[in-house]
Design a protein around this ligand. Structure first.
Ligand SMILES: Cc1cc2nc3c(=O)[nH]c(=O)nc-3n(C[C@H](O)[C@H](O)[C@H](O)COP(=O)(O)O)c2cc1C
Ligand code: SF4
Length: 456
């Protein structure tokens, strides 16, 4: 990996300055600089970097780490919100079992999501520290960072940080004199959304075609090269050092009365707001506070709907902004917290066009393994295109609902198709009239037949 690549002008922007960020309230970002430059080893060490590794590897067992993560209630920040501590407790380890892998999922191709990038570009050592602790808990011998290929600046920062950590003895054999061995390699992907699905990611890492694998076995039992493999999101792993340094109760308490989930969340806003960007806030912060930080919607427009955490989550309405943004609260409204980065839609945007654009993305990114996804998504796009032109047929909306239902949870190998169905179902639920406005023809029976594959 060359270090001489030109520096890109665009950054994921953290909108809180250094004087607003404190260790007690901003465990992920308090060490970040205001100038957006990466914090490398010398500076990271001065800011207590790797203190958690020194403490844990010499004084605690892997099981202790897992228990602390459970008590802290760190829920996976990759989108599904599964407890990190529980996941780690299910990894096959110990006895005669081979030591496996810890994989950091840094694919981040979810539409409207740019949070992991911030951490990797500016705090690469925090991720390495989190991975060492995760590896220790899971008895992993080797770690991979599976990075979205377009994240050139992240790659550059991470590669330098890995080399620094290795030279300083934080990676390699006998880390901090503890007898624990662990090293990390950076693996850049070729930019496919499906590579973010953990088993497709493992296939891709092994050099195979990136389709998801059937589960069971789960990666924790048999993952990369048949060994126990833990896959965690960047932000999830980056929470581990703070939990281990300050204790699970402290971490769980950061969210106070806002949520049972522990810690903070890197929330973000994109779309038609005055100030797009990222904020580290207690998990469970109400959506309206986040919208206020983003300055509200752009002048002359009003809020129509919002996606709470990426393109694969369900639309919510302005009144839902009063809800606390955590996994359970948003789940109860029929959506998902997902990545926690809001996409804002205003009254001047067409839901039909927006959905056509989003479904075209999902159709393009399908791995082609299951019929409702491979054929159903292009069919969905074709209907949406017709509605957008005002040339839809009677029954098209019911057909869209049927296709979305066929792509629902449990009907396909992975959650890609359900993720594509969720925004569409909710868009039709809340804005059916916009879809109906695109219907101008009676139903032609021939069109009720499946379309030829590959026509879209
Ligand atoms: C189509 C698809 C894409 C995904 N993309 C990502 C991704 O880019 N990053 C990520 O962390 N998780 C992604 N996930 C979720 C992962 O499969 C997995 O749940 C996650 O990496 C687990 O980490 P966590 O428990 O720390 O959240 C994706 C899932 C699906 C179905
Ligand atoms: S749901 Fe789609 S992306 Fe997932 S395995 Fe099936 S075809 Fe592939």
């Amino acid at each position: 990996m060359s270090r001489d690549l030109p520096r890109l002008r665009y950054h994921s922007q953290l909108r809180q300055s250094a004087h607003e960020r404190r260790e007690e309230t901003h465990p992920l970002t308090w060490r970040m600089r205001d100038d957006g430059q990466p914090v490398f080893l010398e500076e990271y060490s001065k800011k207590d970097g790797y203190a958690a590794v020194k403490h844990v590897l010499n004084e605690l067992s892997g099981k202790d780490v897992i228990e602390q993560m459970k008590t802290a209630n760190v829920r996976g920040r990759g989108g599904a919100g599964f407890s990190a501590g529980v996941k780690w407790s299910l990894t096959m380890q110990g006895g005669d079992l081979p030591r496996g892998y810890l994989v950091c999922n840094a694919d981040e191709m979810e539409p409207g999501t740019f949070k992991d990038r911030l951490i990797m570009e500016q705090m690469p050592h925090l991720l390495i520290e989190g991975m060492i602790l995760g590896a220790y808990a899971n008895n992993s011998r080797f770690g991979y960072i599976f990075l979205r290929g377009e994240y050139v600046e992240s790659a550059r920062a991470l590669q330098r940080a890995i080399e620094e950590a290795r030279a300083a003895g934080w990676l390699g054999d006998n880390i901090a004199g503890s007898g624990f061995d662990f090293d990390i390699a950076l693996h850049t992907g070729a930019g496919r959304y499906i590579c973010g699905e953990e088993t497709a990611l493992i296939n891709s890492l092994e050099g195979k075609r990136a389709n998801p694998r059937a589960k069971p076995p789960f990666p924790g039992q048999s993952g990369a090269w048949g060994k126990p493999t833990v896959v965690n999101n960047v932000e999830t792993l980056c929470n581990t050092p703070a939990v281990m340094r300050h204790g699970a109760e402290w971490f769980q308490g950061i969210s106070g009365d806002l949520s049972d989930d522990g810690g903070t969340k890197l929330y973000g806003v994109s779309g038609r707001v005055k100030r797009t960007g990222l904020w580290e806030l207690p998990i469970g912060t109400p959506g309206e506070e986040i919208m206020d930080l983003a300055g509200g919607v752009v002048e002359g427009q009003s809020l129509k709907a919002w996606l709470p955490g990426g393109g694969s989550t369900g639309f919510l309405l302005p009144e839902h902004l009063k809800l606390g943004l955590d996994f359970d609260t948003i789940g109860k409204e029929g959506s998902r917290l997902g990545t926690g980065l809001l996409t804002v839609v205003t009254d001047q945007q067409s839901m039909v066009s927006l959905m056509r654009n989003l479904e075209a993305f999902f159709a393009r990114e399908s791995c082609g393994w299951c019929t409702p996804c491979r054929d159903g998504l292009p069919w969905t796009v074709k209907i949406l295109q017709a509605l957008e032109r005002g040339e839809g047929e009677e029954g098209d909306i019911e057909l869209l609902e049927k296709l979305a239902d066929d792509q629902g949870p449990g009907k396909t190998f992975c959650a890609h198709a359900p993720g594509a169905a969720m925004p569409l179902s909710s868009a039709i639920k809340y804005f059916r009239d916009e879809f109906e406005a695109g219907v101008s023809h009676p139903r032609r029976e021939a069109h009720a037949d499946p379309i030829p594959v590959g026509e879209v």
